[in-house]
Design a protein around this ligand. Structure first.
Ligand code: 5GP
Length: 190
């Protein structure tokens, strides 16, 4: 059966690190490259980390009904998952892995139903999340403030996910996720 794994979390919870780790451990997984209208950060590469689009290009794809889901995650910052991306990965016989915001994660779970395992990564606390965002040094103070406020709201949706992993210790979180994915992939085969 074609399957997908959804990772959602407030930004700064360690979600992207855990997604990258999962991709390193499991050859059967393939990352779904989202579209976004935000600017590339640091050493991000077009068509590897994201398909970086202009707002007009993004709106064009909305009108073509090309997205499984899309969100205006922050004002004027769109993010979306392409249907064609999912189909391409399934054709390769692989399991799709998504790194999306909390609303996107809930939409994807609704869309894929039993085909999906949805995992919510929770930070140990809001204070720790803020500390991590500051240490990451990729966002200015205003952006961090917005992300922290959004995180408080997002945490209330954790219960809508199939599994919650609290990322207090990164190595333990990695192990927990490895076993969740292992079980899910095995179910896929049976
Ligand atoms: P960032 O700008 O830090 O890369 O991402 C901001 C947020 O947008 C993160 O929570 C990320 O997971 C989320 N995001 C990335 N791609 C998608 C997508 O295709 N759909 C949705 N709904 N959110 C996404």
């Amino acid at each position: 059966m074609n399957k997908v794994i959804i990772f959602s979390a407030p930004s700064g919870s360690g979600k992207t690190t855990l997604v990258k780790h999962s991709l390193e451990v499991f050859n059967d997984l393939q990352f779904s490259i989202s579209c976004t209208t935000r600017q590339p950060r640091g050493n991000e590469i077009h068509a590897v980390d994201y398909h970086f689009l202009s707002p007009d290009e993004f709106r064009q794809k909305i009108s073509e009904n090309a997205f499984v889901e899309f969100e205006e995650v922050y004002t004027d910052r769109y993010y979306g998952t392409l249907k064609s991306e999912v189909e391409k990965i399934w054709k390769q016989g692989k399991v799709v892995i998504f790194d999306v915001d909390v609303k996107g994660g809930i939409s994807l779970k609704k869309y894929f139903g039993e085909k999906a395992l949805s995992i919510f990564i929770e930070p140990p606390s809001i204070e720790e999340l803020e500390r991590r965002l500051i240490l990451r040094n990729t966002d200015d103070a205003e952006t961090i403030k917005i992300r922290v406020e959004k995180a408080e709201e997002e945490l209330s949706y954790a219960k809508e996910f199939d599994r919650i992993v609290i990322n207090t210790d990164l190595d333990e979180a990695k192990k927990e996720i490895e076993s969740l994915i292992q079980n899910f992939i095995e179910e896929t085969r049976s």
